[in-house]
Every structure is written in C-alpha cells, then in structure tokens.
Design a protein around this ligand. Structure first.
Ligand code: Y12
Ligand code: CO
Length: 175
C-alpha cells in the first residue's frame, strides 16, 4: 500500500502521537507500508505521523559504508523513550515532510533508547553519529516537533520565505 507523505505546513505534523497498545496485524501492515514509502521517497527515517497516523511508531534505515540501504539494517521503534543523552553534535538534517530544505541542527551526540519492537518485546539501543541524530529527529516527530522548530528566529524567517516561494513555484508548475 502506497502512503502519502504529509508535508509542512500541514497541521497534523504538530500532533502528539499516542502510545501503541496493540501489537497486531494492523500495526504490522502500517510498519510495512511505512517502510515501502520511506524507501520509495529515499528517506532514512520516517515517523507514523508523517503518513497521517498519530501513533508512537518510527522507522530508521541508516545506509552502510557504501551508502546502501538494506532491510536487514531496518530498525522499527514503537513507544521509544530516550533514557540517557550525552554530548553535543551538529548535523545537517533533512525531512521528507519538509522537502528540499536542509539545515544544521544541534543534537545530543549519544543517546540510549528503550523501545518496543513490532511484537511488543522491550529493547534497548545505544546510538551515536547519524543513527543518534536520526533517532532524535524521529522522536521529535512523535511530540509534534519538526527540525525547523529548532532554528533561530532569523533562520526560521528565511526558511518560511524560501519555502513559501518553493511551494508557489511547485503549484505553478502543476498548472
Ligand atoms: C539527518 C538526516 C536525516 C534525518 C531524518 C530522516 N530524514 C530523511 O530521511 C530525509 C530524506 C529526504 C529525502 C529527499 O529526497 C531525495 O533525496 C530524493 C529529500 O529531497 C527532496 O525532498 C527534494 C529530502 C529529504 C535526521 C538526521
Ligand atoms: Co522528519
């Protein structure tokens, strides 16, 4: 099933996602459809609210050293909670819900996360580098926060102007 990616400024991106209680076929179907949509859109991370489902569900698929993604590297996180965070790193982030815009964002360098897998089993992961940054970016989505919300006032103003212009051009090119 092909899912449509919700794009900024859609208000659904501000919603807080709800805890998942049922680890059933419906959840598995959502996870599989999210994976297909993420790969088709060339993403490395996707939260359920980005496809219109306000559930605490996210995917991560970090490319390997040859810049290739594989299903074996897929991480499915349900109800994630960051338990430890350390250090600081700045990484240029992008988001499928904010197409064609990339910005340097400050994040924790390392995180430890407790979460559940698709069967409801409890898991823990320690992450650093791109995986750590992507986890924090996706968990922000579950709280209705986008990476552009972390920009300074002037950078946000610049973004809004550029994004509005890009949206207008996109609409005109479809006429
Ligand atoms: C660092 C980097 C990324 C994250 C969160 C996950 N973000 C993404 O997966 C963003 C993907 C993305 C893909 C795009 O499409 C292509 O490259 C073909 C894209 O480009 C356009 O929309 C035109 C933008 C973003 C966290 C930390
Ligand atoms: Co995003």
């Amino acid at each position: 099933m092909k899912l449509t990616i919700v794009e900024y400024p859609d208000k659904r991106l501000k919603e807080k996602s709800k805890i998942v209680e049922k680890f059933d076929e419906e959840l598995h179907k959502l996870l599989d459809a999210m994976y297909d949509s993420m790969i088709e859109s060339r993403g490395i991370g996707l939260a359920a609210i980005q496809v219109g489902h306000a559930k605490q569900v996210l995917l991560l698929n970090i490319p390997d050293e040859n810049d290739e993604q594989s299903r074996e590297a897929l991480i499915e996180m349900i109800n994630p909670i960051i338990t430890i965070n350390e250090g600081e790193t700045i990484y240029q982030e992008g988001c499928l819900s904010v197409p064609s815009f990339y910005e340097d964002i400050s994040r924790f360098e390392r995180v430890c996360v407790n979460y559940q897998d698709r069967e409801g089993n409890t898991k823990t992961i320690e992450a650093e580098g791109l995986l750590s940054v992507a986890i924090q970016h996706e968990i922000d989505h579950l709280n209705g926060v986008l990476f552009i919300d972390k920009l300074s006032y002037s950078r946000r103003k610049k973004f809004e102007k550029e994004y509005k212009k890009a949206l207008k051009e996109k609409k005109l090119s479809k006429v």
